[in-house]
Design a binder for this molecule. Structure first.
Ligand code: ACO
Length: 325
């Protein structure tokens, strides 16, 4: 008998304002046709003036807590995966903790860009299973629109804003089989040699401002397909599972072509993939919990399903998690 970290609630939030490809094409030299063909993106949500990452995180968290049927005061850990924190400090997780009315427990941010949610899951899983905490909130929240160069058509068309959150609880005295509900395993990686492929050209210690996203798109694309395929193979092997055992792949939504190439390499069926890229664009750390919530809300993900999540982002960082629902 052992312990398992079980996801007991999920919630998400998207800002009201929607920016379509056609609207974007008025200000930037691009077209709906180019963006759709290259990325699968049709529209993205953009945070309103005065709406911050912590606001999106707060809304998603309230919904996740409600869905889990627990009170905020039951939480003893909050992790926010974000690359667009409200401020340099305190952590957005601490701001969220305050907004949820909490004074106890621990709260911190994880900076792993688009892999932030998977990194957060990995940390929480270790902390829950080691008995350090009992109930945790993992949030992915981003206002990517604030760190885009809106004159760089190669990057500004790709991203959107949003937040997603899950509540995770330790379950002790359970059999550690692949059939037992909860996180089966997590796998995280990074390669600092590749930092210049995708980065934000500002920061408190360098320019003093937040900077904007810089990306070598083709290189990132190649590494994404290779690394995501490798980490999925690693995650399946760690649990002696086969691709056909997966009920739902919930991938980071960076680009439809990256997802299509990855599933082709793995031999995964397209109808087992949760795809939100058309409506959300790339919301970085928020994209997986947003997609997860979409597939839970419409009833696609059912109790007992095997869920595989994977992500890659700036760093480069990448990772995967396998969950029995
Ligand atoms: N609209 C119209 N034309 C454009 C646009 C645009 N928005 N952006 C670039 N172009 C032009 C370029 O200027 C270039 O023109 P040229 O041939 O006259 O020089 C042409 O389109 C081709 O540009 P490429 O950069 O070679 O286009 P590519 O086919 O590589 O597609 C893309 C670009 C979509 C960014 C692709 O490289 C990609 O998806 N990369 C992965 C990046 C990614 O998803 N990053 C997200 C963060 S990382 C992650 O989350 C995994």
């Amino acid at each position: 008998m052992g312990s398992r970290s079980r996801i007991i609630g999920c919630g998400s939030y998207l800002p009201e304002k929607i920016l379509t490809n056609d609207e974007l094409a008025i200000a930037v030299d691009t077209s709906d046709e180019w963006i759709t063909a290259r990325t699968g993106i049709k529209r993205r949500h953009i945070a309103g003036e005065g709406e911050f990452t912590s606001d999106l995180a707060h809304q998603a968290s309230i919904r996740a807590l409600e869905n889990a049927g627990i009170k905020a005061t039951d939480l003893d850990l909050i992790i926010v995966g974000t690359t667009t924190p409200d401020e340099t400090f305190p952590a957005t997780a601490v701001t969220l903790q305050g907004r949820l009315g909490l004074q106890g427990g621990a709260a911190f941010d994880v900076q792993a860009v688009c892999s932030g949610f998977i990194y957060g899951l990995s940390i929480v899983d270790s902390m829950l299973r080691s008995g350090q905490v009992e109930t945790a909130l993992v949030v992915g929240a981003e206002t990517m629109s604030r760190i885009l160069d809106w004159e760089d058509r190669a990057t500004c068309v790709l991203f959107g804003d949003g937040a997603g959150a899950v509540v995770i609880k330790a379950e002790n005295g359970v059999a550690e089989t692949t059939e037992t509900p909860g996180i089966l395993s997590t796998h995280i990686h990074s390669d600092g040699q590749l930092r210049d492929l995708l980065y934000c050209d500002g920061g408190p210690s360098t320019t003093g401002n937040a900077g904007v996203v810089k990306m070598m798109g083709k290189e990132v694309y190649k590494h994404a397909v290779t690394n995501l395929t490798d980490v999925v193979v690693e995650a399946l092997a760690a649990n002696s599972l086969q691709p056909e055992d997966i009920d739902w792949l919930v991938p980071h939504q960076a680009n439809r072509r990256i997802i299509d190439s990855t599933i082709k390499k793995l031999g995964l069926a397209e109808d087992k993939v949760v795809m939100t890229i058309a409506d959300h664009a790339n919301t970085s750390a928020a994209s997986i919990p947003l997609a997860l919530d979409a597939a839970l809300s419409d009833g696609r993900i059912q109790s007992g399903d095997l869920i595989l999540m994977e992500a890659m982002g700036g760093g480069l960082t990448w990772g995967a998690a396998i969950v029995r629902w």
